[in-house]
Design a protein around this ligand. Structure first.
Ligand code: YXS
Length: 259
């Protein structure tokens, strides 16, 4: 069963996350369907892609599938992991990807949304970055993706507190482009998409790639890379990492001991 559905109307392709039983958790299976849908819409020549959840969703996406967070010491966020692949795909798709947000967005899904090209949110939406709550040693590619979306103090607050940020505040901080009443969400997203489809798709694809390449022009020494990987490895081997995941399944607050 496909965990996403797609549609095309007037050069705008729409991908709907459609696994409500698991709150659209970004499992490997859902991401495989999402990547296939993205490729299909690019092949169909759409000029804008809207990424949404089903109408009325209380949770847009619950983030990385916690059941797929390895507890055997393997790193859950390496280059070829599903979350890394889908965030790259969204950033590299020539057509702009508009995230249309209704409900709550968690963890890796927040990174996915923050790396879409534009975000239109309903006024009840929230955005939560959860590595510190779950004890997950987020990876550098992910942190870099987040750093580019808002200022350092804002991303530190979101990461250190893991608290959901309301859409209105996200708008003031530049994390989203528009916040509208939920009954105007589809019309506002469609209107924004149509304004884009009227302009040159070649130039828009070039501008998107120029912004992607130039925003990524930052230097990291090999020694700096290795040092951070060593820090992440220690956390993957820590009791806190196991505690974070166990607390989710036991539906209780985690008790981290810093070891
Ligand atoms: O018990 P069943 O089988 O019905 O399944 C439950 C949940 O286990 C499942 N579910 C998830 N399964 C895998 N991964 C998830 N992230 C996930 N979230 C939910 O969906 C079924 C219904 O969930 P339930 O009963 O909790 O629904 P609720 O309405 O009471 O609460 C909705 C949420 C979203 C508040 C709650 O499900 C929740 O807090 N989910 C986890 C949100 C979160 O912390 N996500 C971050 C995942 S880790 C991640 O993205 C990165 C690796 S990181 O952490 O580093 O950012």
């Amino acid at each position: 069963m496909a965990l996403v559905s797609t549609s095309v109307e007037a050069s705008v392709g729409t991908i709907t996350l459609d696994h409500p039983a698991k709150h659209n958790a970004l499992s490997a299976a859902l991401i495989a369907d999402l990547l296939e849908a993205l490729n299909g819409l690019v092949g169909a020549g759409v000029r804008v892609i809207v990424l949404r959840a089903s109408r009325g969703a209380k949770v847009w996406s619950a983030g990385h599938d916690v059941r797929e967070l390895p507890t055997n010491g393997r790193d859950p966020l390496t280059y070829d992991d599903p979350l890394r692949r889908v965030v790259r795909a969204v950033k590299e798709t020539p057509a702009p990807v508009l995230a249309m947000i209704e409900g709550t967005v968690w963890g890796g899904a927040c990174e996915l949304v923050m790396n879409c090209d534009l975000v239109v949110a309903a006024d009840g939406a929230t955005f939560a970055l959860t590595p510190a709550k779950l004890g997950v040693p987020y990876d550098m590619a992910g942190v870099l993706n987040l750093m580019r979306s808002v200022s350092l103090p804002v991303i530190k607050e979101m990461l250190f507190t893991a608290e959901p940020m309301p859409a209105e505040r996200a708008l003031r901080l530049g994390l989203v482009n528009q916040v509208v009443p939920v009954d105007q969400l589809e019309a506002a997203t469609r209107d924004l998409a149509q304004k884009i489809t009227r302009n040159s798709p070649l130039v828009i694809a070039l501008l998107k790639e120029e912004l992607h390449v130039l925003s990524g022009a930052s230097y990291l020494s090999p020694e700096g890379f290795e040092r951070i990987q060593a820090l992440r490895r220690r956390i993957l081997d820590s009791a806190d990492y196991q505690e974070g995941i166990r607390s989710f399944f036991e539906r209780r607050a985690p008790h981290f001991e810093g070891r």
